[in-house]
Design a protein around this ligand. Structure first.
Ligand code: AMP
Ligand code: MG
Length: 673
């Protein structure tokens, strides 16, 4: 093997993460699990220990069983249960109003009464405690505070107004907290302490949980000590002679994966030498049958002993999706999918991470974790059909923006995920604007130096250094990916770091206004569209999209008709043709209707236009900001200029217009009428 340089293109990290998720989503869609059905479900009995229920993910809705909760009519007060219709005595005189038939405490103490009238001729009552089951014959409870009892507690007198006593008072009806048949917990819910309580109230005998994700972890390399050897001071001398080191990647990754989710179950696949391709192949082949994901470390760079890629691709028939990342640390990170051969055909995701412990750990966080998140999320939620939708909704590390407090040399080869500690402080300038977070390096960033990760709270995303910009400067802000588990993850669609850098098209509307189309010819739609596209983007098929093209023959007084149309665009070009006075009136009219007039830009328009056509110098171009009627839409930059000289006039301010738009939209909008 003597390949010079890697055959794999270098992929940017955001693209790589998106690719991992898209491939993962496709494997889920291919499997085509019917909704509400799971290949991997555990059924757990409701009287299992709490630890068997907590943190698990429901594979199905949990419904409230009959008759609902509470399962019987329960008293809300300590007091007496009575029949509300039977309260006919005047309770202002001192006579007893009810005869007490018995006492019911919360708990299994059923009292069966059918009598509503006692031998004494008084209506009956039963003493009840909070939570006691109300005997069927009664329909309300009178709290003890509103009752006078005889010394032997066999008679009572209700002391409150009759009006305050009504059917249903102080009774929780059957199913009033949770009606029978309602969804107590939806599928995909994770069981937290409160949902544990709800599970038990549901009255179901057992629950269906999604099986944990199985992630195998394999270390490779001849230098790694096998578990029977220890690397203590006593024998280190001998081991130094033999060039051996402890395997730290496997323990780090096993525990890191476990920390990702209680539903991620790491599996120790042991260690493989890098001079025994047969053994490594068979270990990974076996692991394919039991793992959803396999993570290997070491043996994936360009050295003679780096055999992992050959094992995965040539021996095991895997598809390589990327083999190099444009990042530091972690360049050799490789992503392969391998179809399994067993009767349960699946696709196994394999991440071959570099051997240096910092690279392996950072790439597990950055690249493996989102795939774990996606598999867990859609195993339980069921799989929507769109790869894009699944990718956008997957959880990724949370981000903040931090300020550097000192200059930091940028890596000249690749963008760097620089390990940092964070500090929050309220400075005088930031007062009232919330906390300002500052980032400080953890020191030498060499990928073997695990100490650089010890106290790291995040990865500062630094661009590659260039001749022009070799350093990141104190005061500059960069995104930080948070590694700390206490922060809520965010969805990919909300990530600044992973945002697709698709060139945004500038949306443009064109309106031609003419004093008299018979005298001042209007341009055809195609002609003027092409002119505007060339002027604003330098080519016909550039970054400019003309979304509407209208023509009006109007008087300056009717300008409102033109403006009213509403322009949900970035730039609105008004091309004007007519006499000198007509043009001047149009300019004046437009000036009154737009805000944030940019006369300096207008002057540039005029210079360009009159260079193309001398008569254009007579026109007063207008450049300003037009707030859209729908305030949430923002507004557009209006450019009014003569049709003669249009292309050169617009072309002269190509860059300025987009800048003006950003400035105008970034600030509160004012109207100057
Ligand atoms: P490799 O990716 O195999 O070229 O390894 C890069 C560096 O990481 C080498 O210095 C290895 O000795 C070291 N390394 C590889 N695997 C491990 C491991 N499991 N634990 C600690 N160091 C490792
Ligand atoms: Mg190696």
């Amino acid at each position: 093997m003597s390949k010079q340089g890697s055959p794999h293109p270098m992929m940017d990290v955001p693209d790589a993460i998106r690719m991992v998720l898209e491939v993962t989503a496709k494997t889920l869609i291919e499997k085509d699990i019917p909704p509400h059905e799971h290949e991997a479900v555990d059924t757990v009995s409701s009287n299992s220990p709490v630890s068997d229920l907590l943190d698990r993910i429901l594979a199905d809705d949990v419904l409230m069983s009959e008759p609902g909760y509470p399962p019987y009519r329960a008293s809300i007060m300590d007091g007496y249960a009575i029949q509300s219709q039977q309260l006919n005595n005047n309770n202002n005189n001192n006579e007893w109003t009810h005869q007490v038939l018995g006492r019911v405490h919360a708990g299994p103490a059923a009292i069966k009464t059918t009598e509503t009238e006692t031998a004494e001729g008084l209506p009956s009552a039963v003493y009840v405690t909070t939570g006691a089951r109300i005997p069927d014959t009664y329909d309300c409870v009178v709290p003890i505070e509103e009752i006078e009892e005889s010394p032997d507690k066999l008679q009572i007198r209700i002391t409150t107004e009759k009006a305050s006593i009504e059917a249903g008072k102080w009774i929780r009806d059957v199913g009033c907290d949770i009606p029978a048949g309602s969804v107590v917990l939806p599928r995909a819910a994770c069981i937290h302490p409160v949902s544990l309580g709800l599970l038990l109230q549901s009255g179901q005998a057992s629950f269906k949980f999604v099986q944990p994700l199985r992630v195998g972890v394999l270390s490779t390399g001849n230098e790694l000590l096998v578990s029977s050897e220890t690397w203590a001071n006593g024998n280190s001398g001998e081991l130094i002679q033999t060039g051996q080191i402890p395997d730290v990647n496997k323990p780090i990754l096993l525990s890191l994966l476990e920390s990702f989710s209680k539903n991620c179950k790491p599996i120790d696949l042991g260690m493989e030498r890098d001079d025994d391709i047969e053994s490594m192949t068979s270990t990974i082949r076996n692991a394919l049958e039991t793992c959803d994901i396999i993570v290997t470390t070491g043996g994936i760079s360009m050295g003679e002993t780096d055999i992992v890629e050959d094992v995965l691709v040539k021996r095991l028939g895997g598809t390589l999706h990327f083999g190099r990342l444009n990042m530091k640390p972690g360049k050799p990170t490789t992503f392969v999918t391998i179809p399994t051969s067993g009767n349960n055909k699946r696709t196994c995701l394999v991440f071959a991470l570099p051997g240096n412990p910092v690279s392996a750990t950072v790439c597990a966080q950055l690249v493996v974790r989102p795939a774990v998140n996606m598999l867990l999320q859609y195993r339980s939620e069921g799989v929507p059909s769109s790869v894009e939708q699944m990718t956008q909704n997957t959880f990724v590390p949370p981000e903040i923006v931090a300020t550097l407090t000192y200059n930091l040399k940028l890596d000249t080869e690749r963008p760097e995920y620089h390990r940092v500690v964070l500090n929050s402080s309220t400075t005088l300038e930031s007062h009232g604007k919330g906390l300002q977070v500052t980032a400080a390096s953890t020191g030498v960033q060499r990928s073997s130096r695990l100490m650089s990760l010890r106290d790291a709270q995040g990865l500062l995303c630094l661009p590659q250094g260039t001749k022009e910009k070799p350093e990141a400067h104190a005061g500059e802000q960069y995104p930080v990916l948070l590694l700390d588990d206490r922060h809520q993850p965010i969805r990919l669609r909300d990530s600044l770091h992973l945002a697709r850098k698709a060139p945004k098209k500038t949306r443009v509307a064109i309106t031609q206004v003419s004093q008299d189309p018979t005298k001042y010819a209007l341009r055809s739609e195609n002609e003027i569209t092409e002119q505007v596209q060339r002027a604003l983007s330098g080519s016909k098929s550039g970054t400019v999209e003309v979304v509407s093209c209208q023509r009006f023959s109007i008087l300056p007084n009717d300008l409102d008709v033109v403006i009213k149309g509403g322009h949900d665009v970035d730039i609105w070009v008004v091309a004007c043709s007519g006499s000198f006075t007509y043009s001047l009136d149009i300019s004046t009219g437009l000036r009154k209707r737009v805000g944030k007039i940019a006369d300096a830009v207008a002057l540039q328009v005029r210079r360009g236009a009159s260079a193309q056509d001398g008569t254009a110098a007579l026109f007063e171009p207008v450049v300003g900001y037009l707030q859209s009627e729908n305030a949430s839409q923002g507004g557009c930059i209006l450019v009014a200029l003569p049709t003669l000289g249009l292309e050169a006039g617009l072309g002269n301010v190509r860059g300025l217009l987009k800048h003006a738009l950003n400035v105008a939209r970034g600030k509160p909008h004012n109207h100057h009428h």
